[in-house]
Design a protein around this ligand. Structure first.
Ligand SMILES: Cc1ncc(COP(=O)(O)O)c(C=O)c1O
Length: 469
């Protein structure tokens, strides 16, 4: 006999109560956590209890003890790393995904999940201007989306070089020349490492971190100097420090002239393709072969959700697919989810993406991305007029890198901001300097948050100068 709803009711009601309190606290609470993991350990650890606790009490215990260790990432005053908040429809859809508890491996077994994720995938292709016949896989994040795209690339490039990767593995295979820009995200190197492809050749970038297309052309010539060879080029839409976009039209043209597979890491930048005014940033991007993005960044669905898009469905399904007699595959050609992602068992994480897109529509997504960039521009303007503040990048998208004279001052400003907790921004290093890195990625960030953020930075800098505690 199945349990029915009764055993769940109190626990779910407690979860709704705690979630509502948490969300209600976002506009005013300090952003940073008040306790470190080691301080929280006692509340959650110790001996495994011999006997259990009623479900609603577990939820109450969990929420009240976790509270001091939560970062207000859903707050409009959170500007750290590149982290989006959560749209209401996406959050509620995510809760439904948990209650439906579908193992979204096979179209045959969980048709509703497959239909929703396929619709979401199709909408993403339309929204981002990517080839309509591409395969779309919903993975945990851009790291795995990069991995997935590059795994498909490896399969295709080796097949075209006459090598049977599936049968013979990588040992003795033709070398794949991997070429990346100087300022690619580290997860590209990680994915290449996972795939046994080694360290890439690095091509110089300009002052905003955009790959130099002429240098790329030379690197491609060098890679092919002793004859045809498999080549993989990784480009980037959205530089972590500057928000800059690689020059896609030129870089893809030279790559294609050398018969390279082109992968684009667009973890947060691919979303610029949804905004007509940003067409110049993403022009030509649709001519690549694979793309990675994060729905948990600029689209604002709950963690976790990345998206892998691969034009060559055969390559993707060969790299990721598996056959087993007990898995009943749908024969209509759309491909099971498990053929497009590294996992077998999986959560239908594309469902919150569908809900986000359905609630915003094409115009709403464009407006959301436009607003993120406009808030970043406004914040950069407010910071640039402060005495002693240098905005180091051309702020054309959602990212700002700021320095305050010498590195020690910049580090201290960042530390004071975090200690103060009004806003949250993290330090980094860019072009040999310590920087305060600001990312505007939350759909709720408004003009008041921007003013608060500028004021918090001004106060922190003044504190460093005066030594005030
Ligand atoms: C350009 C870029 N690529 C990849 C990643 C990794 O994304 P994830 O943490 O979702 O795996 C990030 C994260 O910020 C990023 O900015």
């Amino acid at each position: 006999m199945s349990a029915g709803a009764e055993p769940y009711k109190e626990a779910l009601a407690a979860a709704v109560r705690h979630a509502t309190q948490w969300l209600a606290s976002q506009p005013t609470r300090p952003v940073g956590p008040r306790q470190a993991a080691r301080e929280l350990a006692a509340a959650f650890g110790g001996e495994l209890p011999q006997s259990g606790m009623p479900p609603a009490d577990v939820v109450d215990y969990l929420a009240s003890h976790a509270e001091p260790g939560l970062m207000a990432m859903p707050s409009g005053r959170f500007f750290g790393w590149v982290i989006g908040g959560t749209l209401p429809a996406a959050m509620a859809a995510d809760w439904l995904v948990s209650s439906w508890d579908q193992n979204a491996v096979l179209r045959y077994a969980t048709p509703a999940m497959a239909a929703i994720e396929e619709a979401a995938g199709g909408w993403l292709l339309q929204l981002l201007g990517l080839p309509e016949d591409s395969d779309v896989g919903f993975v945990t994040g851009a790291t795995m989306a990069n991995f997935t795209g590059l795994a498909a690339a490896r399969w295709r490039l080796l097949k075209d070089a006459g090598w049977n990767l599936d049968r013979d593995g990588l040992f003795g295979a033709p070398r794949i020349h991997c070429i990346v820009g100087e300022e690619r995200h580290e997860t590209i190197d990680l994915a290449l490492r996972y795939l046994g492809l080694g360290s890439p050749t690095v091509v110089a970038s300009d002052d905003q971190g955009r790959i130099d297309a002429a240098e790329l052309d030379c690197a491609l010539d060098r890679a092919l100097s002793s004859g045809p060879a498999p080549v993989l080029v990784c480009l980037q839409a959205g530089n972590l420090h500057s928000g800059a976009f690689d020059p896609f039209a030129a870089a893809i043209a030279v790559s294609k002239a050398h018969r390279a597979w082109v992968h684009v890491d667009g973890a947060f930048g691919l979303w610029a393709a949804a905004v007509p005014e940003f067409a110049g940033l993403t022009a030509g991007l649709g001519r690549a072969d694979s793309w990675a993005t994060d729905a948990h960044k600029s689209l604002n669905v709950p963690y976790d959700c990345g998206v892998a898009v691969v034009k060559d469905a055969q390559a993707l399904r060969s790299a990721m697919g598996l056959n087993a007699s007990y898995l009943i595959q749908d024969a209509d050609g759309a491909g099971d989810p498990s053929q497009k992602v590294p996992e077998l068992s999986r959560r239908a994480r594309g469902v919150p993406v569908w809900a986000a897109l359905k609630s915003l529509g094409r115009d709403g997504v464009a407006e959301q991305i436009r607003r993120l960039a406009a808030s970043a521009a406004r914040l950069a303007e407010k910071l640039a007029v402060l005495d002693g503040v240098e905005v180091l990048n051309d702020v054309g998208y959602t990212q700002i890198s700021v320095a305050f004279g010498d590195d020690a001052t910049t580090r201290e400003v960042a530390a004071r901001l975090i200690a103060d907790g009004t806003v949250w921004m993290s330090g980094s290093r860019w072009h040999g300097r310590d920087v305060l890195r600001i990312s505007v990625s939350n759909w709720t960030t408004d003009a008041a948050d921007v003013t608060t953020a500028a004021e918090a930075v001004r106060t922190a800098l003044e504190g460093v100068r005066t030594g005030a505690r």
